[in-house]
Design a protein around this ligand. Sequence first.
Ligand SMILES: O=c1[nH]c(=O)c2[nH]c(=O)[nH]c2[nH]1
Length: 293
Amino acid sequence: MMTDTARRTPGKIVLGHTNYGKSDIRLVKVFRNQERHEIKELRVDVSQEGDFTAAHVEGDNTDLMATDTMRNTVYALARDHLTTSAEAFGIELVRHFLEAAPRANRVSVRMIEYPWERIEAAGRPHEHSFVRGAGERMAEVTGDEAGNFGVEAGIDDLLVLKTTNSGWAGFLRDRFTTLPETDDRILSTVVTSRWSYGGATDLDFDGLWEGIRRRILESFTDHYSPSVQFTLHHMGKAVLESFPEVEWIHFSLPNRHHLLYDLERFGIENEGVVFHADAEPYGLIEGTVERSS
Ligand SMILES: O=c1[nH]c(=O)c2[nH]c(=O)[nH]c2[nH]1
């Protein structure tokens, strides 16, 4: 932290950390297989770090890759290198940029993949028509000129709910506490999760992502939840126990409160049947589950 004295003393002014790149590159690839088409839609952000001082301080752009070139590169490499997972494509892009951009010494490629699902028409999967599914897949690859890689993946916007087997009791009560305790409530959240594969670049990223998503959903269902906090740890532990490839997993879990609507005022019984889905404010429970050495 800067002291008051340091703030007042006029000193040398220098450039701090910088990075630059192209964001929100929207890419759709159609795989024109013989019998039926496949589709992939990605939103890609490229970011380069390195020695960009001359450009910032002297206006000298020598050896600086244009962000327009970064965008073109993403589309060009997608033609042959976007064949399996977003993670594998990200690794190719990072390798390419580290080689092609002389001033970059660290590159990150962050991708959101949108889930397109095949439409069932006339009782069978259609050859070339899709409907946008729920939830998004995230992948982020970072690499540096020393050859170190880091791969992270994640899920956004996965809305889950269970109608029982959840409660919230035993919490601190003070003079501002009005909430009653309950051992039977609706538990609902929108899962945002990120996890790390460490430096591994040769994993079955598609298989892992599907498996981890399934494990998150299963472990949401399979226990009595005394709190969102407990369920966060339970889901993280389940993923780390099932997938040794995962180093840590982070969850952001908004508590989508469902409040029993008071129908007694109208002389109508309401024993866990009619709820008000409260939009805001919401509790936000966040945390990381990791391996200890
Ligand atoms: O699972 C919960 N965790 C909380 O921290 C909390 N706080 C609250 O009002 N309801 C809940 N539910």
